[in-house]
Write a protein that binds this ligand. Structure first.
Ligand code: GUN
Length: 186
């Protein structure tokens, strides 16, 4: 599918017109120097506070100090997915451009929440929160090409707080969602 989109990019406020998705995704990866993320997709850390929360001030699951807050860009393409994982901080998601992103959340109480982050005219959702400790996975909405979003966490992100799900054990805890878990684990 060929169509055009407008982006305001960079310090110079340059406006570029992109003619198709392949170029757009590649340009986003290049322009923002995105790197592959272990959960899937591409990311770049854009903010890490200089201040720290002392380890004595953090609740139990945290080991060691953490930055006050961190933020990333995150890019997912059609055909790829962010695999089920969990972290120890609430994660705030922000929609930037592209197509809506579906975030599947398996909550510690056993319930399931489906978030559609995006700019659909009839149902826009530009921010959403995934609670600390919940398992979650994401994918570009059906029919979409890519989703470009941001994720902010506080206490700040540390890979020590990041856990990729093991599908059999997650299916045992959430048997009603076995198909989803089978599809969105690595
Ligand atoms: N930094 C590296 N990976 C991540 C992530 O998955 N989420 C957030 N918020 N920050 C990160």
């Amino acid at each position: 599918m060929v169509y055009s989109r407008l982006f305001g990019l960079g310090n110079a406020g340059v406006i570029l017109i992109y003619l198709n998705m392949q170029i757009t995704v590649q340009h986003l990866v290049n322009h923002f120097q995105l790197m592959p993320h272990p959960e899937g997709g591409y990311y770049k850390e854009t903010y890490r506070s200089s201040g720290f929360i002392h380890e004595n001030a953090l609740p139990d699951p945290f080991v060691g100090k953490r930055h006050f807050s961190t933020a990333i860009y995150f890019l997912l393409e059609r055909g790829n997915f962010s695999a089920f994982h969990r972290i120890r901080s609430d994660e705030l998601w922000h929609f930037y451009t592209g197509d809506p992103l579906i975030i599947h959340v398996l909550n510690p109480d056993g319930s399931y929440t489906k978030i559609q982050l995006g700019n659909r005219d009839n149902d826009p959702c530009f921010q959403a929160m995934v609670p600390a400790g919940a398992w979650f996975a994401s994918e570009t909405a059906p029919g979409g090409q890519f989703s470009f979003v941001g994720c902010t966490v506080s206490p700040g992100f540390d890979f020590a707080d990041f856990e990729l799900a093991e599908s059999a054990s997650l299916m045992a805890d959430f048997p009603d969602h076995a198909e989803l878990i089978g599809r969105l684990c690595r």
